[in-house]
Design a protein around this ligand. Sequence first.
Ligand code: ADP
Ligand code: MG
Length: 380
Amino acid sequence: MFLSTPSLRSFSEVFGREALVVARSPGRVNLIGEHVDYQMGRVMPFAVDRYIDCAAAPISEPEIRIWSSSIGGAPLRMALSELRPLDGDDAWANYVLGVIAEYVRSGVEVAGFEAILSGDLPLGAGLSSSAALESVTALVIESLSGCAKSPMERSKLCQAAEHAFAGVPCGLMDQLAVNHGRAGHALMIDCRDLTLTPLPLPAELSFVMVNSGVRHALADGEYARRKADCESAASMLGLTTLREAELSVVDAGRESLGDRLYRRARHVVTENARVERFAEALKNGERAELGRLMAASHASLRDDYEVSCTELDVLVELATDIGAVGTRMTGGGFGGCTINLVPREQAATFCNEICITYQKRQGQAIEAFTVEPVDGAAIL
Ligand code: ADP
Ligand code: MG
């Protein structure tokens, strides 16, 4: 079982002493509500039982030393007085360094520490290893400096770090999902007023992640471009964000928006409505409706928002053929994972079949695994 022991052992292997604190953060998956958080929409993620652990101990020098089992090599070192983002091979550390910088900026006295990162959360697969990495760093800082923040404050500091140091203009969904996760529940987040509503998930369904294993290089620039498209569309409609837009208003503005901005806005508005409907369908146990909404979400992301790719479209098609209750791309897109709702007793067969049929069709080996909704990040 994956518990604190591996990270504690690696800590002493890397630094030759015992760790003082271990923080653990889950990843997250989004059930529905994709690419709407930065337009103040509604989203429905849950924290998953794949984790990043951070084991740490204070040092007397005013510097940071971090080592990741996913990167290897020598620990990365940086003086606390010279915190700055790094390029190239060391850029992974920006998620850690950025959080330290945000805590310092918020007035927390961060002293030197050394830390190792380990775990079983895949990097860059759309399960938000970035928010998990930020959150374990934040918890370690809070624990070592004795300044406890609320999960909401922590999420905002982590988001600010991702903006400033990693250069990703992300919404707040990922950080909220990994910090506020609740076992057995999804978290409906209204990004406009940040209300969080835990929704019980049906125990008879399994959640299967199918990892396409691809990450298309255009992902990062396209994310920023989608965000800019939404901002342009909202401003042309005389609105602050597309959250305030009714579909009738978007339809009425079709000509002035032009085809691209019209479709971007239509995605955001229809996706928002789907999240609300999904919450009702969950409450009422309407399986077919869950599937229909996920299919519509995928089609909208593929056709209107243009963030899917062949691999994800093929996975959705195959999952539908194999008999998934619901299936769609999840996360930023251009690769990463699909999420699939499958009757629990069929989950193992589904995982096998989708890998085999995908390999036959695309000539690529992929992996599929179930995830469970778990509690959010914490000190162990
Ligand atoms: P996602 O959040 O979906 O996993 P991102 O591109 O947002 O994808 O973040 C992935 C990046 O975060 C990785 O490429 C790496 O730079 C960094 N990262 C995440 N987890 C770790 C880890 N355990 N060790 C080192 N870097 C990590
Ligand atoms: Mg991320």
